[in-house]
Design a protein around this ligand. Structure first.
Ligand code: NAG
Ligand code: NAG
Ligand code: NAG
Length: 980
C-alpha cells in the first residue's frame, strides 16, 4: 500500500517537475525527505546501503536493456515503444519477448544477490570497497572481473558470468560512495576504473582530511585535495583506530578509525552517513558507472549474447540426456521425432525453443554437453547419436545428468531417456544437491521396464524403494526435482513424449505437487486463477483410481479416457489429464484412492510465478544478505526471500513451507521490502522434504482478478549438518591448482561423517578426506585441491559439490560452488579503428543517395580482432584481412543510405577489449520521405570525428526517460534524469 501511494505521488511530482515548477535545489530536498521517509518504511535489515546497490544495479540493467531492445528494433525496422513504467515484465513485453520476464528477473536477482554477498564475504577487504585509498587494487578487481565475465559469456557459462558481474559491480558502485570523486565535483563516472590500459593517476599522497565539526562533516576534505583533483577514499577499520596521518576515514558507528584525528568520515552510503548530503548524487553517478560497464560487456559480447546473459532469451529450453547403448535406437529415434516436431511446429513463433541442450551417455563414456540456439545444429547433433554396443550393463546415467544440471539454465526441464539402471549411483547425493541448487526438474523416460529383456530389473509394479531399488533411484531423483519417472515400453514411448511438448515452456508454473509413498486415499484441492492456461494434471502411479472435479462441479473418473472434463492420456504408469472445459477458474478437487504410491502434479502456463532463495541475513557494518548454497539449518529459524513475477498487481498473502508427504503447511507473515520482493522468516523448518507455496492476490487498476496459488516443484530439506567453504576464490587458472578449505559442522550428534567431493568436469581432486570425525555439536576442517588441466578453455567453469553425510546416512548437506576457469588476460589494450576515407554526396532526396566509409582496424600485438560490428547505423559492412608489415589489418568498408547518416563501428579483440570509431555525414536537404526509422535530426555535424572508446558512454548514447520501478528507484532515476 505504501508503495502505491508513493509511486502515485511520484507521478504527480514528475508532472510538476516537467512543468518546470520546481527549482533543482528544492527537488533535491524533496527527494531527500522522501528517501528518508521511505527508508523508515522499508525492511530494516536491508536498510539503505544494500538497497542502494540493488537499486543501482537493477536500474542500470533495465536502462541498458532498453537500449539493446531499441537498437535491435531499429536494426530490424520495427517500432520500439519503451514501457511507461519500466519493470522486468513490461520491458520483456516491449522487447517482444514477454515470456522472458521470469528469466530476466532471475538473472537480475542473481547479479544483485552476488553484489550483496560482497558485503558478507569481503566485509574486511579494503580493495573490494575502494576503502583505504586502494584504487589500483580495486580497479584491478574490476578489470580482471570484467575479463572473466566476458570469457564466461563467450563460453555460454552465464551463471558464472552473472556471479562475477555482481561482485564487480559492488566494488565499482562503492567507489562513488567511498571516494571523493563526487566531492571533486564530478557528475560523470570515472571511466578509467573499467579501462585496464588507462592510468589511475593523482592518488593523494598527503593528508586529505581535517576533523569534522561535531557531526557536520561536509567540509572535512581539505580544499586543495578536491581542487587539485587528488583522489582519496576513507580509511575503514573495525578493530583499531589506526590510519595514516591526516587521512580521511570512512565514518560511521563501526569504523573505529573515524574516532582518531582527523575525526569523522566521508562515506555516502546512505543519507545519514558522514557525507550523506551527497548520497543521492553519488548513487546517480554509480548508476551511470554501472551502465557504462554494462555497455562495455554488451559491446564485447554482442547484443544477443548480452540479452542471454540477462536471462532474457532463455525462455524454453529443450534438454535431453540420452542413453546411447545398443538397445536404445528406438528411443533415440523417438527423441529425434519429438524434437523435430517441436522445432518445426514452433518455427518463427514466440514458443520456439530458445536453447537446445544434449548430453549422451553410455558406459564408461558420457558427454560432452552440446548447448546451442541453432535448431539445425541441434538436429544434426541428434542425427549423429548412434546407439551402439554396451550389453546389459548399467550406464553412466547420473554422470550425464550431472553435466545437464550444471550446464543448463536454472529451472530447466530435463528429460533423461534410458533403459538401464544407473552404474554411478555414488553420485546420487550430488545430483540431489544440484537439483536443489538449480531448481531444475528431471523426468526419466524409462523404457522396457515391462519387457523380459529389461535392463532395469524389477517388474511392472510401481516400485516402492524396497521392492525395486534399481528403478528406485530414478524415482527418488524425479520426485525430489518435481519431475516424473515414467515407465513405458519402447512401443508406447511415443505416447508419453507429449509431456515434453507440454512442458518445454518458460511460462510453465506448478500449482500443486504432492507425493504419497506409502499410498493413502486423499482429497487434494487447488485453486486455478484466471491467468492460468493449458491446465494439466499429471498423476504417476500404477493402477490409480481418481476423480477430478472442476469448480463448476463437472467431474471425470480415471477410467474415462475422454469425458465431461477433457481427455486423459494414459501410458504405463503415467496419466496426463488435459481439462478442456471453458470454465476453469476456481477450486478444483482431485480425489485419489490407490494402493500404490503416487505423485500428483498440477501445472499450467502463466506469467505469474515466484522466485525464491534461502538467505542468511548479516548484520554489522554493512547489513546485507548471502544466498545459501546449501540446505538450510534444521531446528532453527530460516529466512526466505521471495520475488514475485507477473507485474505490479501480484502480491503474496501467504508464504508457506509445505511438507511434501503430508501437505501440512508452516505459514508466517510476509514482510515487504521492495515492491516485488518479500521476506518470510520461519521459526522452524519441516523435518522431512518440503516445498514452498505462495498464495496471493492478483489485482490491477482495472480489475481485481482474484487469488492465485503457486508451489515450487523442487523438494527441499533442512539439515543439521553444514558445509561451508571459507575461501571462495572464484577462479582457477588452466594448469593450476586451487585449494579450498572447508568446514563441516553439525548441530546434531557426532560420529564419523562421510565426505564426498565431485566435480562435473572430471578435474583431478586431491587431499580430499573420505571422512571426518565430529563431536556432538562440533565442527572440523578439511580441504580439497582441484586442478584444471592445462588445455581447459578459458571461460569455462567447473561445478564442485562437497557433501558431508551424517552417521547412519539419514542426513546430509552440501556446498555447491561454481568456479570459473580463466587464463589471465595479457592483452589489455583495445583494438584501434582508423577511418581512412569517407565518400559522401548526400544532397537531395536522402533515399536516393549513398555514402560510404573505409577504415583500418588493427590490434597490433594484441589478441587479434575477433569481431567488427555496426552498433549504430543501418548500412552494410564488408571486411577483409590483409597482412601489412607483419601486422594483421582488417579493412572495413561501410556503405549506407544518406537517410542513415551516422555510423558507429564496434571492434572487439579476442580478450574482449572494445574499441570503436564513429562518423556522421552531412545531409544537406532533409526529406520528409525517409523510408527508414533514422533519428529525427538528420542534419548533423560536418566535422566528423573518429573517436575511440565512445562506445562505453552508452549512458549518454541512449538517454532514456526515468525508470519508474517502484518508489526508491523512481527517485534515484528521477534525480539522474535531472542531472542530464
Ligand atoms: C474426499 O471427499 C469426498 C466428498 O467430498 C468424501 O466422500 C471422501 O470421504 C473424501 N475422501 C478422503 C480420503 O478424505
Ligand atoms: C494451450 O492452450 C491454447 C488455447 O488456450 C491452445 O491453443 C494450445 O494448443 C494449448 N497448448 C498446448 C501445448 O496444449
Ligand atoms: C533466528 O535464530 C538465531 C540463532 O539461531 C537467532 O539469533 C535469531 O534471533 C533468530 N531470529 C528470529 C527472527 O527468531
Amino acid at each position: 500500500m505504501v508503495c502505491h501511494c508513493l509511486s502515485l505521488f511520484l507521478q504527480i511530482f514528475l508532472q510538476i517537475m516537467t512543468m518546470g515548477l520546481l527549482a533543482r535545489t528544492s527537488i533535491t530536498l524533496f527527494l531527500m525527505v522522501f528517501l528518508l521517509k521511505s527508508q523508515t518504511l522499508a525492511f530494516k535489515l536491508f536498510s539503505f546501503r544494500s538497497v542502494t546497490h540493488e537499486i543501482i544495479t537493477r536500474v542500470a540493467i533495465l536502462e541498458t536493456t532498453i537500449g539493446v531492445c531499441r537498437d535491435q528494433a531499429l536494426r530490424e525496422g520495427r517500432d520500439f515503444v519503451p514501457p511507461r513504467i519500466v519493470t522486468e515484465e513490461s520491458l520483456a513485453a516491449a522487447c517482444s519477448s514477454p515470456l522472458s520476464a521470469k528469466g530476466f528477473k532471475r538473472s537480475i536477482k542473481k547479479i544483485v544477490g552476488r553484489n550483496a554477498w560482497v558485503d558478507v564475504r569481503h566485509v574486511f577487504s579494503a580493495k573490494h570497497h575502494f576503502d583505504d585509498e586502494s584504487f589500483l587494487r580495486g580497479r584491478d578487481l574490476i578489470t580482471k572481473g570484467v575479463f572473466t565475465v566476458k570469457a564466461s559469456v563467450k563460453q555460454q557459462r552465464y551463471e558464472c558470468a552473472r556471479e562475477k558481474l555482481g561482485e564487480v559491480l559492488h566494488t565499482l558502485q562503492d567507489f562513488y560512495s567511498h571516494s571523493n570523486w563526487r566531492e571533486m565535483g564530478n557528475r560523470r563516472p570515472y571511466s578509467n576504473l573499467i579501462k585496464p590500459s588507462s592510468p589511475i593517476e593523482n592518488i593523494a599522497d598527503s593528508a586529505t582530511c581535517r576533523s569534522c565539526i561535531g557531526n557536520n562533516c561536509s567540509g572535512n576534505i581539505l580544499e586543495q585535495i578536491n581542487t587539485q583533483r587528488k583522489l582519496t577514499s576513507g580509511y575503514f577499520n573495525l578493530v583499531s583506530s589506526n590510519k595514516p596521518e591526516g587521512k580521511c576515514s570512512h565514518g560511521g558507528f563501526f569504523d573505529r578509525s573515524s574516532g582518531r584525528d582527523p575525526k569523522g568520515g566521508i562515506n555516502k552510503d546512505d543519507v545519514d552517513a558522514s557525507h550523506g548530503y551527497l548520497h543521492i548524487e553519488a548513487a546517480g553517478t554509480a548508476i551511470g558507472a554501472t551502465k557504462e560497464l554494462l555497455e562495455d560487456i554488451r559491446a564485447a559480447a554482442g547484443d544477443s549474447e548480452f540479452l542471454r546473459l540477462m536471462g532474457f532469451t532463455q525462455t524454453s529450453v529443450l534438454c535431453f540426456v540420452i542413453d546411447t547403448t545398443g538397445s536404445m535406437s528406438d528411443d533415440i529415434a523417438e527423441v529425434r521425432r519429438v524434437t523435430s516436431s517441436i522445432i518445426e511446429s514452433r518455427k518463427g513463433t514466440s514458443k520456439q525453443p530458445s536453447e537446445y541442450i544434449l548430453v549422451p551417455f553410455n558406459d564408461p563414456d558420457y558427454g560432452p554437453l552440446t548447448r546451442t540456439t541453432d535448431p539445425e545444429l541441434f538436429k544434426s547433433k541428434m542425427g549423429e547419436l548412434q546407439a551402439h554396443d554396451g550389453g546389459d550393463a548399467p550406464e553412466m546415467s547420473l554422470s550425464g545428468l550431472q553435466l545437464a544440471l550444471t550446464g543448463s539454465p536454472p529451472q530447466t526441464e530435463i528429460f533423461v531417456f534410458t533403459d538401464a539402471e544407473a552404474k554411478d549411483k555414488w553420485l546420487k547425493s550430488t545430483i540431489l544437491a544440484l537439483i536443489e541448487r538449480t531448481k531444475s526438474s528431471v523426468t526419466f523416460m524409462l523404457t522396457n521396464a515391462f519387457s523380459g529383456r529389461s535392463r532395469i530389473s524389477g517388474g511392472p509394479q510401481f516400485s516402492s524403494r524396497s521392492s525395486n531399488h534399481l528403478i528406485g533411484i530414478y524415482q527418488e531423483l524425479a520426485q525430489a526435482s518435481g519431475g516424473q519417472a515414467i515407465e513405458v515400453t519402447k512401443a508406447t514411448l511415443p505416447q508419453a513424449t507429449s509431456i515434453i511438448v507440454d512442458t518445454s515452456s518458460s511460462s510453465l508454473v506448478t500449482v500443486l505437487q504432492a507425493v504419497r509413498n506409502p499410498a493413502k486415499a486423499e482429497n487434494f484441492t487447488f485453486f486455478v486463477d484466471s491467468s492460468l492456461q493449458n491446465l494439466t494434471i499429471y498423476i504417476t502411479c500404477n493402477s490409480p483410481n481418481y476423480i477430478i472435479t472442476s469448480p463448476t462441479g463437472v467431474s471425470q473418473r480415471s477410467s474415462e479416457l475422454s469425458g465431461a472434463l477433457g481427455t486423459i492420456n494414459k501410458v504405463g504408469n503415467f496419466h496426463a489429464v488435459h481439462p478442456n472445459i471453458s470454465d476453469q477458474t476456481g477450486e478444483w478437487l482431485i480425489s485419489i484412492d490407490s494402493t500404490q504410491p503416487y505423485t500428483v502434479k498440477v501445472v499450467g502456463k502463466s506469467g505469474i510465478d515466484f522466485l525464491f532463495e534461502f538467505i542468511e541475513i548479516v548484520d554489522g557494518p554493512h547489513p546485507s544478505y548471502a544466498v545459501l548454497k546449501s540446505r538450510p539449518k534444521a531446528n532453527s529459524n530460516v529466512t526466505l526471500m521471495v520475488t514475485m513475477v507477473g507485474g505490479e498487481g501480484v502480491r503474496p498473502t501467504e508464504i508457506a513451507l509445505v511438507e511434501t508427504a503430508t501437505s501440512k503447511s508452516y505459514n508466517v507473515t510476509v514482510e515487504n521490502f521492495e515492491s516485488d520482493q518479500f521476506i518470510a522468516t520461519f521459526p522452524s523448518v519441516p523435518a522431512g522434504e518440503f516445498q514452498v507455496r505462495v498464495v496471493g492476490e492478483i489485482s490491477s487498476t482495472r480489475a481485481s482478478t482474484g487469488p492465485f496459488q503457486r508451489q515450487t516443484s523442487t523438494q527441499l530439506r533442512a539439515s543439521s549438518v553444514t558445509v561451508t567453504v571459507q575461501s571462495d576464490a572464484g577462479t582457477l587458472e588452466p594448469g593450476r591448482s586451487l585449494t579450498l578449505p572447508f568446514t563441516v559442522s553439525t548441530s546434531g550428534s557426532g560420529g564419523v561423517f562421510n565426505i564426498s567431493v565431485s566435480n562435473d568436469r572430471s578435474f583431478q581432486m586431491t587431499d580430499v578426506p573420505s571422512s571426518l570425525t565430529l563431536e556432538t555439536g562440533g565442527s572440523v576442517n578439511g580441504t580439497v585441491t582441484l586442478t584444471a588441466p592445462g588445455n581447459t578453455p578459458s571461460g569455462t567453469d567447473v561445478t564442485l559439490t562437497i557433501e558431508a553425510e551424517a552417521p547412519g546416512a539419514t542426513d546430509f548437506n552440501y556446498a555447491v560452488l561454481r568456479i570459473s576457469v580463466v587464463t589471465p588476460v595479457t592483452d589489455i589494450t583495445p583494438p584501434v579503428c582508423e577511418i581512412v576515407s569517407v565518400n559522401a554526396n548526400c544532397s537531395g532526396n536522402c533515399s536516393l543517395s549513398w555514402w560510404d566509409l573505409s577504415a583500418n582496424i588493427t590490434d597490433r600485438n594484441g589478441s587479434g580482432i575477433q569481431r567488427v560490428e555496426v552498433s549504430q547505423g543501418l548500412g552494410t559492412l564488408n571486411t577483409s584481412t590483409v597482412l601489412d608489415g607483419g601486422v594483421n589489418v582488417t579493412l572495413v568498408f561501410y556503405a549506407a543510405s544518406c537517410c542513415s547518416p551516422q555510423v558507429e563501428l564496434v571492434v572487439v579483440d579476442s580478450a574482449g577489449n572494445v574499441g570503436s570509431c564513429s562518423r556522421s555525414v552531412t545531409v544537406e536537404v532533409s526529406t520528409t520521405t525517409s523510408p527508414t526509422s533514422t533519428p529525427a535530426n538528420t542534419t548533423t555535424t560536418t566535422t566528423a570525428t573518429a573517436s575511440l572508446d565512445t562506445v562505453t558512454n552508452g549512458a549518454e548514447r541512449h538517454p532514456s526517460l526515468p525508470v519508474f520501478l517502484w518508489f526508491t528507484v523512481g527517485f534515484i532515476s528521477l534525480y539522474q534524469f535531472m542531472q542530464l
